[in-house]
Design a protein around this ligand. Structure first.
Ligand SMILES: Nc1ncnc2c1ncn2[C@@H]1O[C@H](COP(=O)(O)OP(=O)(O)OP(=O)(O)O)[C@@H](O)[C@H]1O
Ligand SMILES: [Mg+2]
Length: 620
């Protein structure tokens, strides 16, 4: 469970993404970016102006002492006035720059976050089947909130420090090139140390992602209202909290090891640069003592060296910080590059305009991404408009998987699926899905109003809302809600009303009904319904099936009588097809399952041991 070990990283020593982030910033708000750049250039020039003026002051004072005159006095006062003006304008520009950068940063943050969410929403289901994808998603979303903004600011700040550094370097290089060389060379090891520290931190965080996700998952379990019953009845919290404590302890140990390593490296680098600074200082003082430098030049030289050091370390900080954000954001850009796994087949064609839509599967096989064994084998199935087909089979026989293929959430691994004879891969997946409506076995319960739960933004079908609610048997439920269809459902938000499981399931049914899709699929739509609701629903399917193909999956074999055709799946294969009577006569899998279900109602069965009895005996 530990995420430890030596943090290793393949962190590339590159700032490749700085350019991308700058482009992201520019695309978000071009005038704002321009303004920020102007403020940067102006702000960078001011410290150099201040230095220049300080030289004027000191030289003026020295000249005044040697030869007092009114002219010298005004000269000195003039330089001081200029310095005050420059210092005030620096504050002004800084305040303005902060305001502009803050606004820009927020816009960039929103833009970047939305782009990750849009990407995640556009990816198909195969991505969601691998833990690696969740790691990628976690890394992209965790970092994207603040890092573009910080990287952008650090880049600006670094450029500003660099501009000041260059301006002052020019000043110092004319005076004493060796001093500049010493200070600059001393920063190279410091920079290397900082980059290494950053790369280590990135490696640790990157490696920790699965562990971090598990921690967040436990956190979610402990606070999720829908799991609260199970958590309390089984007393899960202490057990989970202990796991979390262990994991957090590991994190802490890792963090401390990293921090101490980085602190040692950082200290070494800084000591080196201090030694270099005082060496250069001494050299300048020797020059002045030897009479080769005026007092004003020495003062300016020392001040310039000092600010040079400050700006140099600020450039280094910005560089290493940019490097860090760049590394983390590389995961964001990688995420944006993910491609859908659904295949395209040329030529792309528009959906058929026919009223009749017929979907056919020919020798279809399917294996889930990363799975060892295929889930479906050699499926041949035709779904005709106006026909009600029931799919039955034991748990795990592949019924829901087949529905996912029919909704084109995956492409088959073998064989071909067609719509009116055209390969499904030739259609745009979203366009094709507009022909399919599904009640999922694990249907969603949205914490939205009842109306929104059914329409989900499809306002064009609002006129069908009432009919859909009626068909799903929800008239009584709506009548009992305080604000009718506009009642908020669930308990997450103000005035929300909680429904029973069966009522929620009927809402999922209404959601599928409201859409005029030629292919209507219901995966165990009555698992939570009472006997009357179930009876009504299955008998309504015949009406709804007019002109469209209806597929329903059920474990209650008494419901299959309303189907025109029953398809029996066993271990991913279609083993039987036909109507209820003919399948009973065939005495195959269907007949066996049907008799098994009917047996509790048959009086003359011999009493037999149930599967639970041996366990009950061991429990005493
Ligand atoms: N996302 C997935 N990745 C890998 N394997 C999966 C995935 N979803 C389902 N399976 C596997 O595919 C097989 C068929 O699952 P499926 O959900 O289609 O069965 P089902 O017939 O609908 O069962 P049930 O009656 O319990 O709903 C199972 O063995 C299951 O473990
Ligand atoms: Mg299923």
């Amino acid at each position: 469970m530990a995420s430890t070990g030596r943090p290793r990283t393949q962190a590339p020593l590159t700032l490749a993404f700085v350019w991308r982030v700058l482009r992201l910033v520019w695309n978000t708000d071009p005038p704002g970016t321009l303004l920020a750049a102007v403020l940067l250039v102006v702000g960078a020039c001011i410290p150099t102006g201040l230095l220049w003026a300080s030289k004027g002051v000191v030289d003026g004072v020295a000249a005044g002492i040697a030869r007092p005159s009114e002219e010298n006095l005004y000269r000195v006062l003039g330089w001081i006035g200029l310095m005050a003006l420059l210092a005030i304008s620096r504050e002004l520009f800084q305040a303005l720059a902060e305001y502009v950068n803050d606004g820009l940063g927020r816009k960039v943050e929103a833009q970047a976050t939305l782009s990750v969410l849009a990407k995640a929403a556009s990816l198909d289901l195969a991505h969601f089947d691998t833990p690696h994808f969740y790691d990628q998603l976690e890394k992209a979303t965790r970092e994207v909130g603040f890092r573009p903004m910080v990287l952008y600011r650090e880049t600006l700040r670094g450029m500003q420090s660099l501009a000041t550094l260059v301006a002052q370097g020019v000043l110092v290089v004319g005076l004493f090139p060796a001093a500049l060389a010493i200070v600059l060379l001393a920063c190279i090891p410091e920079m290397r140390f900082q980059f290494r520290g950053v790369a280590r931190k990135f490696g640790l965080m990157d490696m920790r992602s699965p562990s971090g996700r598990r921690l967040a998952y436990y956190q979610g379990i402990l606070t999720d209202g829908t799991l609260a019953k199970e958590m309390r009845v089984f007393g899960v919290a202490p057990w989970l909290l202990e796991h979390m404590r262990e994991r957090l302890k590991t994190f802490l140990t890792e963090d401390r090891a990293l921090a101490s390593q980085n602190a040692r490296l950082g200290l070494g680098g800084r000591v080196l640069s201090r030694v270099a600074y005082y060496g250069a200082y001494g050299a300048l003082a020797l020059e002045a003592l030897g009479g080769r430098m005026s007092l004003g030049t020495l003062t300016m030289g020392v001040a310039a060296l000092q600010t040079l050091q400050i700006h140099l370390s600020s450039v280094l900080m910005s560089l290493s910080s940019a490097f860090e954000h760049n590394l983390f954001l590389s995961r964001y850009f990688e995420f944006l590059r993910l491609q859908p796994t659904l295949q395209d087949r040329a030529p792309r064609v528009p959906l058929p305009r026919d009223i009749h839509h017929e979907v056919e599967l020919r020798q279809v096989g399917f294996r889930y991404p990363g799975a060892e064994q295929p889930t479906l084998h050699d499926i041949n199935l035709r779904l005709r408009p106006g026909e009600v087909v029931s799919i039955v089979g034991e748990n795990g026989s592949g019924k829901t998987t087949l529905v996912k293929l029919l909704a084109r959430l995956y492409d088959p691994s073998e064989g071909v699926m067609t719509l009116n004879g055209t390969d499904l891969r030739q259609f745009d997946p979203d366009e094709y899905r507009s022909l399919v409506s599904v009640v999922w076995q694990d249907f969603a319960r949205f914490e939205l109003t009842l109306r929104d739960n059914v329409l989900l933004g499809n306002e064009a079908r609002a006129d069908q809302l009432e009919a859909a609610l009626h068909a799903a048997g929800l008239d009584d439920v709506v009548a009992g809600l305080p604000h009718g269809v506009n009642t908020m459902l669930g308990r997450a938000f103000e005035d929300g009303v909680q429904l029973s499981s069966g009522q929620w399931q009927r809402i999922a049914v209404a959601r599928a009904f409201v859409r005029a899709a030629p292919l209507l699929i219901l995966d165990e739509p009555s698992s939570a319904l009472d006997a009357r609701q179930e009876h009504d629903l299955f008998h309504r399917l015949r009406e709804l099936g007019r002109g469209r193909a209806v597929v329903f999956i059920t474990h209650r074999l008494s419901s299959t009588r309303v189907a025109d055709r029953i398809v029996v799946l066993d271990k991913g294969r279609i083993v039987e097809q036909g109507d209820h009577e003919s399948l009973l006569r065939a005495e195959g899998t269907y007949a066996r399952l049907f008799r098994l279900q009917a047996s509790p109602y048959v009086d003359d069965l011999e009493p037999r041991e149930t599967p639970a009895e041996p366990m009950l005996r061991t429990l005493g």
